[in-house]
Write a protein that binds this ligand. Structure first.
Ligand code: NI
Length: 257
């Protein structure tokens, strides 16, 4: 049974068939899904899907691209959801995103909001789901400040050296459809280096559809492609990758078998 550890079913691209699609997951060997939030609204939606489907779990958080004035009040709502909803199993997705050429002030604000959510995770004993896009050095600096927090760097895009440090800090690394692309040399190098016990798979739906579905709307139905690709890289069976990555996700997010 596969665990898609990162999928955004609150996205409007699922508005037409969300329920049919989610309901079909168990019969398609997708036994667990974690839906992270990116702001208050999507966090609330994530919780509502988790409360509707036994195999769906939620994370709540403010994504670096979704920080608005009044984020302090939003953070209190996130805190309340994390405290009161039993199917919230992580704070996420949180982190830094410098891709869109953010100015210094915007970057500084992202760093503050990231750090505040790390504090929240520490206080509530929850793991974090980290989004790090073109911000490796600053993401690591903030991650190091909270040695008692663990979590996952999702859609991991860093180098091998950074992966080694994250492993030492107790983090997991998870990989999307990017690893199925021909030019994914760096990610493949990292996967070779990371022990199976710290790898997870995800779709990041509706984005990042793997080959041979590239360009389509992504869904958890394609998460097997990441298991197959890791199996090729590691020289083990896809069934073994499926078993271990599902167990890793259960461990990190506290989901009993
Ligand atoms: Ni995401």
């Amino acid at each position: 049974m596969l665990f898609d550890t990162h999928a955004h079913y609150d996205d409007e691209r699922f508005d037409e068939d969300r329920d049919t699609l989610l309901a079909s997951m168990p019969e398609n060997n997708v036994g667990l899904i974690l839906n992270p939030g990116c702001d208050v609204e999507s966090s609330r939606k994530a919780v509502s899907y988790a409360n509707k489907y036994p195999f769906v779990y939620a994370a709540v958080g403010i994504h670096p691209e979704n920080i608005e004035d009044g984020w302090e009040a939003d953070l209190e709502t996130i805190r309340a959801l994390a405290q009161n909803e039993s199917k919230v199993r992580a704070i996420g997705e949180i982190g830094l995103d410098y891709y869109w050429g953010k100015d210094e002030r915007a970057r500084a604000r992202q760093q503050v909001v990231f750090a505040r959510q790390m504090e929240l995770a520490r206080a509530l004993h929850l793991p974090v789901i980290v989004h790090d896009r073109d911000a490796h050095a600053d993401s690591m600096e903030i991650t190091r400040r909270y040695p008692d927090v663990i979590g996952v760097y999702h859609c991991y895009a860093g180098h091998v050296e950074m992966a080694r440090e994250l492993l030492k800090l107790g983090y997991y690394l998870s990989f999307t459809g990017v690893i199925t692309f021909k030019n994914a040399k760096k990610a493949k190098e990292v996967i070779r280096e990371v022990p199976m016990e710290r790898l997870m798979i995800e779709t990041d739906s509706p984005y990042m559809a793997p080959e041979p579905f590239r360009g389509r709307r992504n869904s958890s139905l394609y998460v097997h492609r990441m298991a197959e690709t890791i199996a090729e890289i590691k020289g083990i069976s896809a069934a073994e990758v499926e078993r271990i990555t599902t167990e890793n996700g259960r461990q990190l997010f506290g989901i009993s078998g």
